[in-house]
Design a binder for this molecule. Structure first.
Ligand code: MTE
Ligand code: MO
Length: 175
């Protein structure tokens, strides 16, 4: 368990001002939107409290996250029936993949705040993904694009030996 929240990234922490922030949604969706920061704030906002588990064994307990719930996001973009996988693309070149049904879980969020304050640049602000039911490498920081696919597309760590699924309860660390 950790009290402080460690920073883990590829060594680049992109600076993305909110007035230039955009989220592009594409692939197998009925409504391929591009959201600005104001569009993001205009969506219903949700709070969740969740623990996070990192593959390198630290965990962060009882964090409160705020942002757009993935179920609300999905009701806007409407994945096509063939869509089964989601890939996040980030400003630092990072990518990671999750099954659509995990992305759609009630606690999953497009997060903009953590414990009452905006997510800092080092932790992936303005917006990062939070999927508490999966290891933290699946929670993309500095997300800029979310794409939906019929077939799975392993991301950065998944191509470098991490498990494709990353479920902490099954201890799916390395593939
Ligand atoms: N864009 C991006 N997202 C990322 C990463 C990264 O390098 N780039 N690292 C992942 C890993 S391995 C972890 S453990 C968490 C770390 O998040 P934190 O730095 O906020 O603790 O972010 C994940 N999301
Ligand atoms: Mo990690």
């Amino acid at each position: 368990m950790v009290k402080k929240w460690p920073v883990l990234d590829l060594g680049v922490q992109p600076h993305v001002p909110k007035d230039r922030w955009k989220l592009t949604v594409n692939g197998a969706v009925e409504n391929p939107v591009v959201w600005t920061w104001n569009d993001f704030l205009a969506q219903p906002q949700t709070d969740i409290v969740a623990d996070i588990h990192c593959v390198t064994t630290w965990s962060l307990y009882d964090s409160r996250w705020a942002g757009v719930a993935t179920k609300d996001f999905l009701s806007v973009v409407r994945p096509k029936p063939k869509a089964r996988f989601v890939v996040f693309h980030s400003h630092d070149g990072y990518t990671t993949n999750v099954p659509l049904e995990r992305f759609a879980e009630p606690a999953a969020l497009l997060a903009r705040a953590w414990n009452g304050t905006e997510i800092t640049r080092e932790h992936g602000g303005p917006v990062r993904i939070v999927i508490p039911s999966l290891y933290f490498w699946k929670s993309a920081k500095w997300v800029r694009q979310i794409s939906f696919h019929a077939e799975d597309r392993p991301g950065f760590w998944e191509l470098r030996g991490y498990h494709n699924n990353g479920d902490p309860w099954d201890e799916e660390r390395y593939g």
